[in-house]
Design a protein around this ligand. Structure first.
Ligand code: G
Ligand code: G
Ligand code: MN
Ligand code: NA
Length: 255
């Protein structure tokens, strides 16, 4: 109850922050994209993780205004980085929630935000989990098709953890698969469990999709992924999620 009540006021009280975590091309060192990750700094309870408040926000419908704010903030930030830091090809990835897929005007809202922030459509990637994508396959197909038509790119988040058939991969207009952290973690254990990661990477390549490894924490994992020809990586090994100020400093130093 306490959380639900304060969640109602959190937006106007400016208690949300968007953090950013880079995606790195491990061969060239290039930062290709920043993933926007929402944080809630509660005045009494401190930092509340998204896993705690997003389910409440979903139930109450508050996720809709919050998500729109995240999208706007992230697009504006990316546009600023492109211009001020001369990173003209930097993209931004934003997570979509289940509830947003039932929102009738999702695509219109996305278009509106892109036009307000003047970010070219191709620099926005929307991440959806397999589980959300599979809730209503026909609806997902319709929405993804519309997003694809306006030039936004789509990735499947936490790939491999959902309960789904693989046949949708050829029907949905998606651009990349994000290998779930749990599989990347297994790359470093002493049994060298590479089977699932290997399969996801070759599946992605076979379907002409790009593939991103999440949760890369060690050099050992990085090397294993390189051997498997996974080019794009994200994780603590490169950077934790950073505040906008920290991310700007990091991008400035890198540039
Ligand atoms: O840092 P991490 O604790 O940020 O994120 C935990 C979970 O919350 C992840 O599954 C992530 O996808 C999700 N998440 C983070 N930010 C957002 C957001 O802005 N919208 C939605 N729907 N999920 C988010
Ligand atoms: O579900 P999604 O992939 O959107 O959420 C990413 C989550 O993973 C966030 O909570 C983010 O803070 C976290 N994260 C990012 N990099 C790492 C990492 O290297 N290790 C671990 N354990 N978590 C990570
Ligand atoms: Mn994600
Ligand atoms: Na993920």
């Amino acid at each position: 109850f306490i959380l639900e009540n304060s969640l109602h006021n959190a937006l106007e009280r400016q208690e949300f922050k968007v953090y950013y975590q880079p995606q790195v091309n491990s061969s060239t060192g290039e930062i290709t994209k920043m993933e926007a990750l929402l944080r809630w700094q509660h005045p009494e309870l401190g930092l509340i993780p998204p896993a705690t408040f997003i389910p409440i926000a979903e139930e109450t419908g508050l996720i809709l205004p919050i998500s729109e704010w995240v999208l706007k903030t992230a697009c504006l930030q990316n546009k600023t980085w492109q211009q001020k830091l001369n990173l003209s090809s930097l993209s931004v990835a934003v997570n979509l929630s289940a509830r947003q897929f039932q929102q009738p005007n999702l695509v219109g809202m996305v278009e509106q935000v892109l036009s307000e922030t003047k970010l070219a459509h191709r620099y926005l990637e929307l991440e959806i989990t397999e589980t959300v994508a599979m809730q209503d396959v026909e609806l997902t197909q319709k929405i993804l098709k519309e997003l694809d038509e306006i030039g936004v790119t789509i990735s499947i988040d936490d790939f491999g953890t959902g309960y789904s058939s693989l046949s949708y991969l050829k029907d949905f207009p998606i651009h990349s698969l994000k290998i779930d952290q749990s599989f990347v973690r297994d790359l470093a254990n002493k049994d060298h469990q590479t089977a699932i990661t290997t399969a996801i990477i070759s599946l992605a390549h076979g379907l002409n999709l790009s593939v991103v490894a999440e949760g890369v924490e060690t050099e050992e994992q990085l090397n294993a992924l390189r051997i498997l020809q996974c080019e794009i990586m994200q994780g603590y090994f490169f950077s934790h999620p950073l505040s906008a100020e920290e991310a700007t400093r990091m991008l400035t130093a890198y540039q």
